[in-house]
Each structure stands twice: as structure tokens, then as C-alpha cells.
Design a protein around this ligand. Structure first.
Ligand code: CU
Length: 155
């Protein structure tokens, strides 16, 4: 029985170099951030409504784990929800069929207007008052694909 020569297998020789892997990861990161580049968000005030006289405000946090916390809440009609970005990654609070990738992630009750916070940087917050009852499914524009989704039931 002959001894196997010590050579690199063709498969290993064709495997991407460490540099190539790093470069492809870098491209993926740029691609995932690109919505901010093409989205004109900063001056969009759609959905910013006057706080109700009751002053009833519920808080939802956003974090670098790409989560709305809590991600599923039930509120009474007229309640204002205030989203706080606690960490560094920018997020958005968006329920707009025109801006969603997967239509299942953006649902509004009949008669409710679409809303979009625009970019919310770390340490910033944004609020929206819910005046139409029903189920709202909202998402974060740059992290929709990562599953940064939320639900609000207004009763
Ligand atoms: Cu996000």
C-alpha cells in the first residue's frame, strides 16, 4: 500500500481565503445598512400626533439586540407610545406598506394612517398616538430582515 502524498486537496485550494471571507462580510454589512442611504426619512413627520389630554403614555425600548421591548403590547385608544433607543444602532418605528420588504410585517387597521419615525439614533426617542382601534404590525427599516418587529393592539 502506497503512502499518500502530502498535498493540499483541490477542495482546500479552492476554498475562499480568509481575506475573501472578511471582504464578503464587509459587503454584507454595507448592504444591510443601505436602506438608510436611500431612504429620505429625517423630515418625515407622518404620524406624529398631539399627545392626548389624558397623558397616557406607554414606553417601548429599542436595543442593539435589534428588538422592540416589549414587542407586543395592548393599549387603549388614545394612548401614546414612546419608543426609546437605549443603545447605539439607529432604528425606526415604521408601519407603512410602501416601505416594507415583507408585507406581513406591516399591517394597519382600516382607516389608520401609515407612520414612520424616520431614523432614531441612540439616546433619542419618538412617539405616536394611536387613535384608531385595531391591530398594528410595525417594523424597523434597517433591521426588518433581522426580525426587528413589533405588534400593538389598540382596543
Ligand atoms: Cu432596528
Amino acid at each position: 500500500m502506497s503512502k499518500k502524498p502530502i498535498i493540499q486537496s483541490p477542495d482546500l485550494a479552492r476554498a475562499p481565503s480568509r481575506r475573501a471571507i472578511v471582504l464578503s462580510l464587509a459587503s454584507a454589512t454595507v448592504a444591510s445598512l443601505s436602506p438608510w442611504a436611500v431612504q429620505a426619512m429625517s423630515n418625515d413627520t407622518t404620524g406624529i400626533l398631539i399627545e392626548p389630554a389624558s397623558g397616557n403614555t406607554v414606553r417601548v425600548d429599542m436595543n442593539n439586540a435589534l428588538q422592540f421591548v416589549p414587542d407586543n403590547i395592548t393599549i387603549k385608544i388614545g394612548t401614546t407610545v414612546e419608543w426609546h433607543n437605549l443603545e447605539s444602532y439607529p432604528h425606526s418605528v415604521t408601519a407603512d406598506p410602501a416601505l416594507v420588504q415583507n408585507p406581513a410585517n406591516s399591517k394597519l387597521p382600516p382607516g389608520a394612517k401609515a407612520f414612520n419615525s424616520g431614523r432614531i439614533n441612540g439616546g433619542k426617542s419618538w412617539r405616536h398616538t394611536f387613535t384608531v382601534a385595531g391591530a398594528y404590525h410595525y417594523f424597523c427599516i434597517p433591521h426588518e430582515g433581522a426580525g426587528m418587529l413589533g405588534t400593538i393592539i389598540v382596543s
